[in-house]
Design a protein around this ligand. Structure first.
Ligand SMILES: CC(=O)SCCNC(=O)CCNC(=O)[C@H](O)C(C)(C)COP(=O)(O)OP(=O)(O)OC[C@H]1O[C@@H](n2cnc3c(N)ncnc32)[C@H](O)[C@@H]1OP(=O)(O)O
Ligand SMILES: O=C([O-])CC(=O)C(=O)O
Length: 371
């Protein structure tokens, strides 16, 4: 086939890899995660179950779940040097950049860095999952000049993550909603960040390199960075009416509205967004304050009417994180932290059945003859 004929801008619709990890089945309306629908999983299983599913291939038994929780909590602590590096960074550093730096530092502490064996890679995945909450929470704390927060091993994985961020133990509702957000963010087939990680891994580079690349990819506003952008947009208005006016003005100026649209679900609501919308409603009832929910609903209706576009996960995850008391700068690092399970599983899969990614171009430059 001629190269021009097989050019799809943005690789739209192109199959880039074979995987048994996940698949967006748009015909059946399912986000398939190693055989199970993510939406169903998010209603019945916690984040650690998804970790087991993606790294071991099965949902855990209750003993396996307990063992996994212990395996992770035993490794929550991070090399002190990571916290020292954060102290050296300018306070204006975005936590996503601090996270990228933290993952790079972790690579220096892996004494088997050249080993690509699946079991060794899997252990790296577990180590990253254990340590990223400590890194994410403390990147923000240190940059803000606050004390380092040590993990509390008596809490569940998600409760401890939230505790280290906010400094207080979450309620049962807060813990459940946060855990559910981690489930929803855990894996999503072949987004830009996962593709980035697989491209890097395909040179036989290591998992840390693949993950730092994924952090850079996820930070962008067209991808994971949208959750922070959504929250800043919501804070620019006070009422549903003001939010509608703000969005209408953005549309007039041909601006993209953060939290809307998706490469795969462009003309439908991202099913994960509906789950976070329901979580926002629950948090609103508990707080006796539904202002953010009403603003989001007004925005959703306006963008559907004006553009025929629907919310993606970031649109409703942002106000949920706000109501959980999470600083905005940590929204995308939390997304990355949750996605670490999916990214690790993709790197393992890439290393197990590798083919170097090296596409071609449609050349549009000149051709000259040297006289
Ligand atoms: C969890 C996640 O990472 S989900 C993604 C989070 N990102 C965002 O929320 C950012 C806002 N959304 C977007 O920019 C896009 O919808 C993307 C990047 C997610 C998908 O983009 P693509 O598949 O490349 O589609 P593209 O950007 O070309 O959009 C197609 C059309 O819809 C319009 N469109 C898509 N999303 C939006 C939006 N959020 N606001 C306004 N218009 C939009 C585009 O302007 C374009 O219109 P045109 O054909 O008239 O030029
Ligand atoms: O699938 C995508 O392109 C982006 C996304 O929703 C995700 O990474 O969760």
């Amino acid at each position: 086939m001629a190269i021009e004929q097989s050019y799809y801008p943005g690789l739209d619709g192109v199959i880039a890899a074979e995987t048994d990890l996940s698949f967006l089945d748009t015909e059946q309306g399912e986000i398939v995660i190693h055989g199970y629908d993510l939406i169903e999983l998010s209603k019945s299983h916690g984040y650690l179950d998804i970790v087991h599913l993606l790294l071991q291939g099965t949902l855990p038994t209750s003993t396996e779940r307990t063992d996994l929780a212990k395996r992770l909590s035993d490794s929550y602590d991070v090399p002190e040097v990571i916290l020292d590096v954060f102290k050296l960074l300018p306070a204006s550093t975005h936590p996503m950049d601090a996270l990228r730096t933290g993952i790079s530092v972790l690579a220096s502490y892996d004494h088997d860095l050249l080993n690509r064996d699946p079991e060794v890679n899997r252990e790296r995945g577990y180590q990253l999952l254990a340590k990223l909450p400590t890194i994410v929470a403390n990147s923000y704390r240190v940059l803000e000049g606050k004390d380092v927060m040590r993990p509390k091993e008596s809490l569940s994985y998600s409760a401890n993550f939230l505790y280290m961020i906010t400094g207080k133990e979450p309620t049962e509702l807060e813990e459940r909603v946060f855990d559910q957000s981690l489930v929803l963010y855990s894996e999503h087939e072949m987004p830009n960040s996962t593709f980035t990680a697989r491209v890097i891994a395909s040179t036989l580079s290591d998992m840390y390199g693949a993950l730092t690349g994924a952090v850079a990819s996820l930070k962008g506003h067209l991808h994971g960075g949208a959750n922070e952008a959504v929250m800043y947009m919501l804070l620019d208005a006070n009422t549903p009416e003001e939010f509608e006016t703000l969005l209408a003005n953005k549309l007039k100026q041909k601006e993209k509205i953060m939290g809307f649209g998706h490469r795969v679900y462009m003309k439908k609501m991202d099913p994960r967004a509906q789950i976070m919308k329901e979580a926002l409603a629950e948090l609103s009832v508990a707080a006796g304050d539904d202002r953010l929910l009403r603003m989001c609903e007004a925005g959703e209706a306006l963008i559907a009417k004006e553009k025929g576009l629907y919310p993606n996960l970031d649109y409703y995850a942002a106000p949920v994180y706000w109501m959980l008391g999470i600083p905005i700068g940590l929204y995308t690092p939390i997304f990355l932290s949750s996605r670490t399970v999916g990214l690790s599983a993709h790197v393992i899969e890439q290393h197990e059945n590798n083919k170097l990614f090296r596409p071609r171009v449609k050349y549009t430059g000149p051709r000259h003859t040297i006289k």
